[in-house]
Design a protein around this ligand. Structure first.
Ligand SMILES: Nc1ncnc2c1ncn2[C@@H]1O[C@H](COP(=O)(O)OP(=O)(O)OP(=O)(O)O)[C@@H](O)[C@H]1O
Ligand SMILES: [Zn+2]
Length: 715
């Protein structure tokens, strides 16, 4: 089978068998010309050459499949256009570049571009309608006539027709599925197809349908192959990426990486961190710890001063304190003050599953530090490397690691200029060998800051943001008992974020209070829909607490009352101690119990005994705890005397019941006192509850205004 090709259109093999017959005996039925003939092809057709529409028209779609030999093309053209093949070389004013273009094509490809010739303008003028129909079909069925055995000078051209080159030539214009089609050995396909049709005795009328089906099946298979190839390519890509990740993971494996590090002697874990910018100035509220560390700074600055006098400085300093109190910051400040390198390592880095890895990391760290003395080695979470040497399946080599640490600490002289600072939250978990003299023999406690320390820390971090002059850090400090430095830093940061979210230019007390409550009690739950009845109960309950606090002499001053749900609560009253309380008096403890009782008493007085709620359970918890401690710990019960009762479960039944009775009396008396106050100040109680229902949150000043019977300014 021949295939024809044009250089400008997509190539498709075309059935040509009936073409010859068709040209020999054109059908008399009129088949309309395809309307979408391109403008390009119309260009040469002059309107005056239009033929009457009753002239027989041809359409290639009516033609069947067969083989067309090269000689037959000429015969075909000769039949169709007698004398054309002879006259085509005769120059005329009609065809100029067309002829040269065709001969160029013929020279290049080794066969005649018969359809281009058919479309030439002179032919149009002679046989306009017939050619127009043929060409219009060619638009959709461009063909490729392969010219085998065409003996000319184009041996190279024939070589060019080798499969790959032919593909390269047609690459830009043929759709991918057609390329696959072209690359197949068409001869054998057709042979087997014809053979198949013969052996299966397919009637002639069905042969076309058979072939169409065959071709459709082939194209579908082609598309499927393409799809399979695509997915194969994708799978290969995914496998490649996974392989890369695998290799990366292996390199990251501590065992492998440490082996690498130890062989090269370069361990990134022991690169010093220069902390020149951190000094004692940056650490607030831990004055005692700073003073103790000051002498270490002096030693690092001038070791000779100490050696001359023969004194020995501790090799290791253990910083002990709750998380976030500034232990790491202090260690950095020591290095920063002395202007020496700071080597940071976390104990958990040494805690490895693989034999020798933790130990070798410790060796590397000390080798590096000794080479750069004077310097500071800081080991955070010392308990995870220096915990008691217990063999456990989880930490099979921890003993080796600690031993290595001990050996390293013993291995350098006290005045070598290396100071090891360890930090831990659990000093009691440390191996005894670590804390004996000569190792971590100096302990510095870093406690949670007191009210003064908290004020300093708050001021330090407030100075890093924009805040309003009305902000009083001391008030926030008073309300943040037990906060660590890190928590205070977080409080200020949260307030700044809140101000930004609310579109404010500066942080005010409101934002600071907001973030304090958020940290203490969880986020506000503005979205919860609370019905009016529950809101009213909450307002009276909270005002009950506030009234007792306000009218009880030894109670803490009120800071705020709110009925805004937050965390698990529907509202709360916050009280502020004037100072951190180191001791509490009996009267203060009783006042705390009374304030706790205020909520339930208020519910009972306003809504009646049948309508008391479950909302007071945590108040009772609180009051009961105070009463229990007064009786069993603080010796504040006359009946039980000045004796402590630690494990109440082991006590005699009589003592247990005596304790219970004393606790009950304390609670009952407290309840009665609260009732008395609320009955006495029923009017103020009502006013405060209504103000809370209107304004949701009231600060100390506003509560005072309401309780003094004055009107609140409309906000
Ligand atoms: N006393 C303080 N003064 C100023 N900032 C502090 C203070 N304490 C903590 N911070 C802030 O909190 C951050 C965390 O503190 P740091 O890491 O030093 O605590 P830590 O005691 O080492 O905690 P951990 O025991 O969890 O390691 C510090 O970087 C600093 O910003
Ligand atoms: Zn309450």
């Amino acid at each position: 089978m021949f295939s024809l090709s044009t250089t400008v259109q997509p190539q498709v093999t075309v059935p040509l068998s009936h073409l010859i017959n068709a040209f020999h005996s054109p059908k008399n039925t009129f088949i309309s010309v395809n309307a979408s003939v391109s403008q390009n092809q119309h260009r040469d057709v002059a309107p005056e050459h239009e033929v009457p529409s009753n002239e027989p028209a041809l359409n290639l779609r009516d033609l069947g499949l067969s083989e067309l030999k090269i000689g037959q093309i000429h015969q075909l053209v000769e039949n169709l256009l007698p004398g054309f093949c002879k006259s085509k070389n005769v120059s005329s004013h009609w065809h100029t570049s067309h002829v040269s273009a065709q001969s160029f094509f013929e020279n290049k490809y080794g066969y005649l571009d018969i359809f281009s010739t058919l479309r030439s303008s002179c032919l149009y003028r002679q046989h306009p309608k017939t050619l127009q129909n043929i060409c219009s079909d060619l638009q959709y069925w461009p063909v490729f006539i392969q010219c085998r055995g065409f003996k000319t000078l184009k041996s190279r051209t024939r070589r060019l027709q080798s499969t790959s080159e032919r593909l390269a030539e047609t690459q830009n214009i043929a759709p991918s599925f057609v390329k696959g089609f072209l690359l197949r050995d068409r001869g054998s396909d057709v042979e087997s197809l014809d053979k198949l049709m013969k052996t299966k005795n397919i009637p002639e009328a069905h042969q076309d349908a058979f072939k169409t089906g065959f071709a459709e099946g082939f194209l579908k298979a082609q598309a499927l192959t393409q799809k399979t190839n695509d997915s194969l390519r994708r799978t290969r890509l995914i496998l490649f990426v996974l392989l890369l990740f695998g290799i990366y993971g292996l390199l990251k494996n501590p065992f492998l990486s440490v082996r690498f590090r130890t062989t090269t002697g370069l361990d990134s874990a022991v690169d010093p961190v220069q902390m020149k910018n951190v000094t004692f100035e940056h650490v607030k509220g831990v004055e005692e710890a700073k003073q103790e560390l000051q002498e270490v700074v002096e030693f690092l600055k001038n070791p000779q001063k100490f050696t001359v006098l023969g004194g020995k400085l501790p090799k290791g300093i253990l910083l002990v304190g709750p998380p976030g109190t500034g232990k790491t910051l202090l260690a950095r400040a020591v290095a920063g003050e002395a202007d020496v390198p700071f080597y940071y390592a976390s104990g958990s880095e040494f805690d490895e599953m693989f034999v020798g890895v933790g130990a070798s990391r410790i060796r590397n760290l000390f080798r590096e530090a000794k080479a750069n003395s004077p310097c500071v080695i800081f080991i955070d979470e010392l308990d995870s490397v220096g915990g008691k040497r217990i063999e456990s399946p989880m930490h099979p080599y921890s003993r080796q690691t600690i031993n290595q640490l001990l050996a390293e600490m013993d291995g350098f002289k006290p005045n070598e200029g290396v100071i090891i600072i360890g930090a831990t939250n659990f000093p009691e978990a440390l191996d005894n060998a670590l804390i004996r003299p000569g190792r971590f023999d100096m302990q510095v406690t870093v406690p949670r800051p007191d009210v003064r320390g908290r004020t300093e820390i708050l001021k330090w971090y407030l100075n890093k943001i924009k805040f309003d002059q009305s902000v009083d850090p001391e008030i926030i400090a008073r309300g943040t008992v037990g906060f660590s430095g890190a928590e205070l830093e977080n409080l200020v940061n949260q307030a700044a974020l809140k101000a930004a979210v609310d579109g404010k230019e500066m942080v005010t007390m409101k934002e600071l209070e907001f973030s304090k409550d958020k940290i203490l009690m969880g986020p506000e739950r503005r979205s919860v829909e609370i019905d009016n009845k529950n809101k009213t109960i909450t307002a009276y309950h909270e005002s009950g607490h506030a009234i007792i606090a306000y009218y009880t002499k030894d109670a803490m001053p009120i800071n705020k009352a709110t009925i805004m749900p937050r965390g698990p609560t529907l509202g709360h009253v916050s009280l502020l101690p004037e100072n951190d309380r180191w001791n509490e008096t009996r009267a203060q403890l009783l006042a705390q119990m009374d304030v706790s009782m205020g909520g339930r008493v208020a519910e009972e007085l306003i809504f009646g005994t049948d309508h008391i709620t479950t909302g007071a359970s945590s108040d009772f918890d609180n009051a009961t705890k105070i009463a229990k401690r007064m009786v069993t710990k603080f010796g504040m019960s006359e009946k039980l005397g000045v004796m402590t009762y630690s494990d109440t479960g082991k006590l005699s039944p009589e003592t247990q019941s005596a304790i219970e009775q004393e606790i009950r009396i304390l609670l009952r008396d407290s309840y009665e006192r609260a009732k008395h106050i609320l009955k006495t100040h029923a009017k103020e109680h009502k006013n405060l509850a209504e103000a809370l229902l209107t304004y949701e949150t009231l600060d100390a000043k506003e509560i005072q205004i309401v309780l003094e019977g004055k009107k609140l300014e409309v906000r």
